[in-house]
Write a protein that binds this ligand. Sequence first.
Ligand SMILES: C[S@@+](CC[C@H](N)C(=O)[O-])C[C@H]1O[C@@H](n2cnc3c(N)ncnc32)[C@H](O)[C@@H]1O
Length: 437
Amino acid sequence: MKDYLIYFAQAYPNFRRAEIESLAQLHGISIDMSHHDEQNPFLIVQLENDLQAQQIMERSVLGRGIYELWGQGKDLDELHASVKESSHDKFELYKQASFKFDFIGYMGSRSNKTKFAMIESFSFLAFEGPIRMKNPDEIFTVLEEYKVTGNDKATTPERMWFGRQIQLSARVGNILDKYDLRRRKYIGTTSFDAELSLVSCNIAQVDQGKFTYDPFAGTGSFLVAAANYGGISIGSDIDIRTLRGKSDQCNIKANFNQYGTSLQFVDVLTMDFTNNALRQSLCIDTIVCDPPYGVREGLKVCGAKDPEKAAGRENVVIDGEKAHLRRDFIQPKKPYQLSNLLDDLLRFSASRLPVGGRLAFWMPTANDDFEINQIPQHAQLELIYNLEQEFNKWSRRLLVYVKRDESYVGQTSNGLKSQGIKDFRERYFNGFSEKSR
Ligand SMILES: C[S@@+](CC[C@H](N)C(=O)[O-])C[C@H]1O[C@@H](n2cnc3c(N)ncnc32)[C@H](O)[C@@H]1O
């Protein structure tokens, strides 16, 4: 095993570990991230080789890059000593390679003059290859962590690392710019943040050729994110207007065309999830979604609020046909509880995912009375991540479950209902003023 240094972005630090572990597992790589510190964007991990490092970083959104670690220290002298001691055997390997130096400063930076002086200070590496600013064979990077105290700008780093760049992440490759909602052809009030859609798909292990289903597809944010990673996307939603979009140039398909992933788009169906019509034999590898919680969009299912009245309407005839059997019949809809919908989602996932397949969805919770047992559970699904994005009085949590085989016996529980928790919508619109129970 060798040491590699991961440099993370300063975004959603509590999601980092789940993203990297999930990408590692997707490639059959074992990685120990138990020492990850959310306050620190630098993390040393042990991996077998550069290929593994490349595989875990290539599609990462929360990582920025990974480096083969050559040395580290509190200051330049310590860094030099560390590189000489632990990496002298590597100098020869890169002697003739074209190369350049790069600098990364966290919470601080250096002038060009000091950078040049630092490059000179590494002359003991005795590289003889040409310096190439464009497409060099190797990029050697000095990474520095500065600590800012109060308003004073830090001038000297607290820690330094020297490494050979192995892989920069999708984030550095501008994936966030590409999927930015402001430039997306079709969006709506429910469109999900591009960065977290991509992170959700990474943690859900969407992959090349894997069938990925979003049962609450809306404007298709998770569908395009999944296709970016090679997933085959299919969605459904109860609201035909959202699925249809505004025109041929402004709908879900137009988004796939925009991103060059139209071959990965199966289709979207108008369907109430609780009356799911996807055939049982259809293999669904991954489910990623943002279920309706009734704030920006209604949580409705097919059915009549008053079944007696509805039964009376079954005898209505139009042009000789029973009205409710005509193609233009619009199904009545009735409100439904989020807790029941989440139960349905877990049950569906447990019955449709293959062993090892993941369900990842976002669930809203109030901050003043959240308890872990509000999270729904299913006996065949193991909850592996509960990642919180906190707002003022409430949070949304990315819950990630993996389907286990028969040897796994978990518990089934409808978290919210079993805890007597009031509907999230009600609490949201009351400003979380009353307690939820
Ligand atoms: C939070 S939004 C998801 C938005 C979506 N991620 C997007 O990118 O626009 C929830 C969606 O669930 C849909 N929905 C509500 N009840 C439903 C049901 N019973 N079956 C299927 N979809 C439903 C709503 O129409 C809404 O589009």
